[in-house]
Every structure is written in structure tokens, then in C-alpha cells.
Design a protein around this ligand. Structure first.
Ligand SMILES: O=C(O)C1=C[C@@H](OP(=O)(O)O)[C@@H](O)[C@H](O)C1
Ligand SMILES: C=C(OP(=O)(O)O)C(=O)O
Length: 422
């Protein structure tokens, strides 16, 4: 991980295509699934291609605090050795603002005979978790979240329940993934069904099912949209993690905005993560469509919205309500910060975001100190604006450590001039 970064970076537009070979880091989503599943499997699992960043370090630390041995043989591998059951930790689990770790562990620790408190930082304490707690309660598990957000107190008996459970996943697909991954510890088969049809980005549930099957789970996807999970537990396995598709969106953004070619070392159609869909949209720049549905590529929306500022026509982003409950309210954050570059560049309309694209922005010097709200994606997306507009300063660049600790080194390696600022 990089040494301390300055409080801010000012970006000098390169005025030339940025090209080269860049390997995005391992997928955060898949790394945190694989770490958990390996911890729930008896034996040793070797995870390769993994992401080492704040979100995965927090997950690994929480698992260690529950008796799991997590070794790190090299910069992209974890060696996880477990009895197949988690042990009650001696202190609350602190998971920062890692949504995956917080939601996945809230369900997983319900398999423990003992009391566990799942908590996060001040931002995580604003991110809803009540629908997951309600589903655990419906399975007979004593879980409580007084505010509807972390902290959650789970008083487990070692039994996870069985039968059909319905969950409202309209705010986060992570609730479904969390329940599914704990479900092989049911007293009998568990059927996970959705309350209502809305589930945000479905592709994340597909990632969950694929990882669970790799660790030996038996899941039947039923015609009514529910999933039936057998009480098999998990088997240790070696598991390779693909690169992070959300991280790749910044590289596609760099290509679009500078006219360069970046070799990611992996073909776009090899990604199984939902955000890979962003490539086809960004590739249309500067003629990206007038309406973009972000519902199935949610983490890519800030990237595409910043690229959209330079598009030939305005872009309306729809299907993005859930962006309000990510690391920060990303609809508001993107609108605020685009308007800081040039007032009137973006507007919120209900939960839609409209970017009033202006190709004439390119080449101008528009000094703007970009607030990043502890949100890695706001920092990484707005760095892209600095490739076209002079004077863009990104505050708190270290916040990219959540999922992409080497982000600024990557930009420098491509030839971007970053000047430390205060
Ligand atoms: O399951 C996952 O790995 C994720 C699901 C998405 O969140 P929601 O399901 O909360 O929308 C996504 O935004 C997050 O970065 C990762
Ligand atoms: C929403 C994100 O993360 P999480 O929900 O895992 O905290 C993200 O990485 O953009």
C-alpha cells in the first residue's frame, strides 16, 4: 500500500493520449465474498488475484478476530485456514465503510453461538441495514439495529433457522448476497425470496451464487425468482479472483477522454461483474446516449457522469436511486462537484441526475477544489475531469485506498502530472 499521500493533488491535463498497460486490482466484490466463504469452509483455501485494500483488509481482520487464520503469502494472495465455523470475537467487529464486509458479516455471524456487534464508521452508520436485520429476525435470529443502520447486535445460538425467508432488497442487493452466503448453515434448506421485484444490481447476486458454488454450495434458482439453498456448509478450495470492473471504468474513462489505448490485460467480455457493462457506454463517447440507465452498473455512474460532462449532448442518468445510500449520497456529490467545475453543469431532478454536457469545457482552466466526501469513487471519477480541464484539485486522494490504493501511482505511470497541494 502507498505511503501517506498529500492532502490534495492538482492535476495537469496531459494534452496527449494516455496509453499503456494497466492491470486493474482484483475485484473488491469477489475478494470479500471469497474471503468469507473460505472462512466458512473447513480446511485451507488459496485465493489468488485478490484485492488488498481497506475494504478487504477490514474483512480479513474481522475474520482473524473470529478465529480464522488469514495469511498473505504475496501482494495478491490470501491463504485462509478455518475449522469451517466462526468463533465469537472478543470485541465489536469494526468494518469502516465497507458495505460488503458489513452486510455479509451481519448474516454470517448469526451462525455463531454468542453475541457479535457489527459496526462501521460514521458513514457506514448512515447506510441502511434494517431489511437484512428483519430477514434474520424472520429466520428466528435475535438481531437488533436500533437506528436501522449499523451497529447491529446479533445474539446467535449457533442455529441459522430454515424455511422460506423474504427480503426487501430494493436499497441494496448486498442484503440478498449476505443471506445467501450464510444459508448453507441452515438447520434445513433455506429459500430466499424477494419482497417486491426491485433488487438493484442483480449481477452482484450472480457473483454471489458463482462464488458459493465454487465453494461447494448447492443452490437452485427457482422460476419464481427465489433461491433454494441446501444446508451443505462449504468446502475449502483454491479460487482465482478476476480484476475489478469498477476500477476498470476509470481506465475506460481515461481512454475516452484522452483518445489513448489502455491494455487491461483482460478482455471486457471476460468480466463477470456488472460494471463491465459501462465499457460499451463509455466507448460511445463523445456520443454517449441521452439517457443512461445506471441500475445495473451503479458503481460506474460517477465515472460515466464525469465523462458525460464532455459529451456532445446532455445525459440523464436514471435508475440510480440507490446511489443515495452508497459511501455518500453520490447523486448529490456528483452534482455538487460538477457544478464546482462550472456552475450549472449538473442538476438533480428527483433521483435522476442530468449532466448538461459541454464539449467546450475541454482545454479551459477552471480551478476547482473537489470535495470527495470520504468516497473513493468521487475522487477517482473527478480525477478524470482533470485530464481535460486545468486547475482540478482532488481533496483527500488517500480515500481511494478503499478499493484502489495504487490509483494515483497508476495515473503517474501513465504520464499524468500530479502536483501535491494543500
Ligand atoms: O455485492 C457487492 O459486491 C456490491 C453491490 C453493490 O451495492 P448494493 O447492492 O448495495 O447496491 C455495489 O454498489 C457495491 O460496491 C458492491
Ligand atoms: C458502493 C460501494 O461499496 P460498498 O457498498 O461495498 O461499501 C463501492 O465500492 O462503490
Amino acid at each position: 500500500m502507498p505511503n501517506a499521500l498529500p492532502p490534495a493533488y492538482t492535476i495537469t491535463p496531459p494534452n496527449r493520449p494516455l496509453s499503456g498497460r494497466v492491470s486493474p486490482p482484483g475485484s473488491k466484490s469477489i475478494t470479500n465474498r471469497a474471503l468469507l466463504l473460505a472462512a466458512l469452509a473447513e480446511g485451507t483455501s488459496r485465493l489468488t488475484g485478490a484485492l488488498k485494500s481497506k475494504d478487504t483488509v477490514l474483512m480479513a481482520r474481522a475474520l482473524r478476530n473470529m478465529g480464522v487464520t488469514v495469511e498473505e503469502p504475496d501482494a495478491t494472495s490470501f491463504l485462509v485456514t478455518s475449522t469451517g465455523r466462526l468463533a465469537a470475537p472478543s470485541a465489536p467487529l469494526f468494518l469502516g465503510n465497507a458495505g460488503t464486509a458489513t452486510r455479509f458479516l451481519t448474516a454470517a455471524v448469526a451462525t455463531i453461538d454468542g453475541t457479535v456487534i457489527v459496526d462501521g464508521d460514521e458513514d457506514m452508520r448512515l447506510r441502511p441495514i434494517r431489511p437484512l436485520v428483519d430477514a434474520l429476525n424472520a429466520l428466528g435470529i435475535d438481531a437488533q439495529s436500533p437506528t436501522g443502520c449499523p451497529p447491529v447486535t446479533i445474539v446467535g445460538t449457533g442455529r441459522f433457522g430454515s424455511g422460506r425467508v423474504e427480503i426487501d432488497a430494493s436499497l441494496s442487493s448486498q442484503y440478498v448476497s449476505a443471506l445467501l452466503m450464510a444459508a448453507p448453515f441452515g438447520d434445513g434448506p433455506i429459500e430466499v425470496a424477494l419482497k417486491g421485484k426491485d433488487i438493484g444490481a442483480r449481477g452482484y447476486v450472480d457473483l454471489t451464487l458463482a462464488a458459493m458454488r465454487a465453494f461447494g454450495a448447492q443452490i437452485e434458482s427457482r422460476d419464481d425468482g427465489s433461491w433454494l439453498v441446501q444446508p451443505t456448509g462449504y468446502k475449502a478450495t483454491d479460487f482465482h479472483i478476476e480484476p475489478d470492473a469498477s476500477a476498470a471504468t476509470y481506465l475506460w474513462g481515461i481512454e475516452a477522454l484522452t483518445g489513448g489505448t489502455i491494455d487491461l490485460g483482460v478482455p471486457t467480455d471476460a468480466f463477470t461483474q456488472p460494471d463491465a457493462a459501462a465499457q460499451a457506454v463509455i466507448a460511445q463517447f463523445p456520443d454517449m446516449p441521452a439517457v443512461i440507465d445506471g441500475s445495473q452498473m451503479q458503481d460506474a455512474v460517477p465515472t460515466i457522469a464525469v465523462v458525460a460532462a464532455f459529451n456532445n449532448r446532455p445525459v440523464r442518468f436514471v435508475g440510480i436511486t440507490n446511489l443515495r445510500v452508497k459511501e455518500t449520497d453520490r447523486i448529490r456529490a456528483v452534482a455538487n462537484e460538477l457544478n464546482r467545475i462550472r456552475p450549472g453543469l449538473a442538476v438533480e431532478e428527483g433521483d435522476d441526475l442530468i449532466v448538461h454536457s459541454d464539449p467546450a469545457l475541454s482545454g479551459q482552466v477552471l480551478p476547482a477544489r473537489i470535495e470527495t466526501y470520504h468516497d473513493h469513487r468521487i475522487a477517482m471519477s473527478f480525477a478524470l475531469a482533470g485530464l481535460r480541464v486545468g486547475g482540478v484539485t482532488i481533496l483527500d486522494p488517500a480515500c481511494t485506498g478503499k478499493t484502489y490504493p495504487d490509483y494515483w501511482d497508476m495515473l503517474k505511470a501513465l504520464g499524468v502530472e500530479l502536483t501535491p497541494a494543500t
